[in-house]
Design a protein around this ligand. Structure first.
Ligand code: SF4
Length: 377
């Protein structure tokens, strides 16, 4: 059973730090930082390729590349071009490779997008909209506006980037189901092939933490979004992700199906399924140290136990609406889900459904997916 293989590149620069953001990113940078940063990414990519090919006999082609951040759309196209050239020299690419660039609407201009088209193989854009309503954008401290998001989507489409995602956030304090419907209506009107709909999560102590909706209200908002997107023919394929048929994000599917991924850049994570277990490697979220790093193998690998691997695989694979093929799951991870003592109860209670060989969450189960995984194992 050959795993799919994807590459993630992390670009840590942002114009402004949004209040809810937990990703590793920083705003104190200048254009003079781009060249040394790209040099480091190139060094890491070449070193990783050498190590993976010699030590781990890595042969499978790359099926997806995702450049995330941070705000990767801040990197001028010539640097992206260099990165793709290096990745193409170091790794074989599958003919149908999906290549996604994350972009913030306020960074998108006609000339920039034309450069992406002319100089890079990017074939998918993922844009952070979050909301189209000024009060919520303000609460999240987003720089964008409904007008800017709309303009950016128009620029993408005009340049031929028809395959694009919009991220939306639900559960913003005081957000109502009606307002979620309005956001979805606006988003759908821009013609994305994919919409992600994530719940706002904040750390205790954040100024908005105590204003977050309770569990019942969150479930209402989630259901409103799900039904609204369904009515507009965006098919849910994962707890928080919806797509027009055929436009599911390959890179995210790779995460949820236990695929292998190489993460490059500060704070990027890698995961490979080797010797029957997941092995993880996580870069330190330390930009200065990252620039000095010479060798890919200088960051240690964390080897999961079989139990940890099974838990992680179940947690991820059950998220997909298509569910888990229990025979395949047993062959790959050594866990026979039919032997779970809680399975009959969870089925009867309407959280899970089994149509052999597939086990999947029901709509009710999707609301409490993480709890169910702990019950099942
Ligand atoms: S633009 Fe994205 S990565 Fe940057 S701070 Fe805002 S949410 Fe975080």
């Amino acid at each position: 059973m050959t795993n799919q293989f994807g590459i993630y590149l992390h670009v840590p620069f942002c114009v402004h730090k949004c209040s809810y953001c937990d990703f590793y990113s920083f705003t104190k940078y200048s254009s003079g930082d781009f060249a040394p940063f790209v040099d480091s990414l190139v060094r890491e990519a070449r070193s990783a390729a050498k190590w993976l090919k010699t030590q781990k006999r890595l042969q499978q082609p790359v099926t997806s590349i995702f450049i995330g951040g941070g705000t990767p759309s801040l990197l001028p196209a010539r640097y992206l071009k260099t990165l793709f050239e290096v990745l193409a020299q170091e790794f074989p690419w599958a003919p149908s490779i999906e290549i996604t660039l994350e972009a913030n609407p306020e960074t998108i201009t006609e000339s920039l997008v034309e450069e992406w088209k002319a100089q890079t193989p990017i074939n998918r854009i993922s844009m952070g909209a979050q909301s189209f309503q000024p009060e919520y954008l303000k609460a999240l401290e987003r720089l964008g506006s409904a007008e800017k998001i709309t303009e950016a989507a128009g620029i993408l489409k005009k340049a031929g980037f028809l395959n694009f995602n919009l991220d939306l956030i639900i559960g913003i304090p005081e957000q109502t189901p009606e307002q979620i419907k309005k956001d979805i209506e606006w988003a759908v009107g821009l013609g994305p092939t994919h919409i992600s709909n994530y719940n706002l999560t904040l750390k205790p102590g954040h100024v908005l933490f105590k204003k977050l909706p309770n569990d019942d209200d969150s479930a209402d908002l989630y259901e409103t979004a799900r039904l609204e997107l369904k009515a507009r023919e965006y098919e849910q394929y994962e707890i928080s992700n919806y797509a027009r048929p055929g436009f599911e994000c390959s890179h995210n599917l790779l995460y949820w199906t236990g695929g292998d991924f190489l993460g490059l850049g500060p704070s990027a994570a890698s995961r490979f399924f080797w010797d029957g277990v997941f092995q993880h490697r996580k870069q330190l979220a330390d930009y200065a140290q990252y620039l000095k790093q010479e060798k890919f193998e200088s960051v240690a690998w964390n080897i999961n136990s079989q139990e940890q691997t099974q838990l992680e695989a179940l947690f991820l694979e059950l998220r997909r609406n298509s569910g888990i093929d229990i025979d395949r799951f047993f062959k790959k991870y050594g866990l026979d889900l039919t032997k779970s003592s809680k399975l009959p109860f969870l089925e009867k209670a309407g959280f899970l459904e089994m149509q052999k060989p597939t086990l999947r969450l029901t709509d009710k189960g999707r609301l409490v997916a993480d709890t169910l995984v702990c019950e099942l194992i």
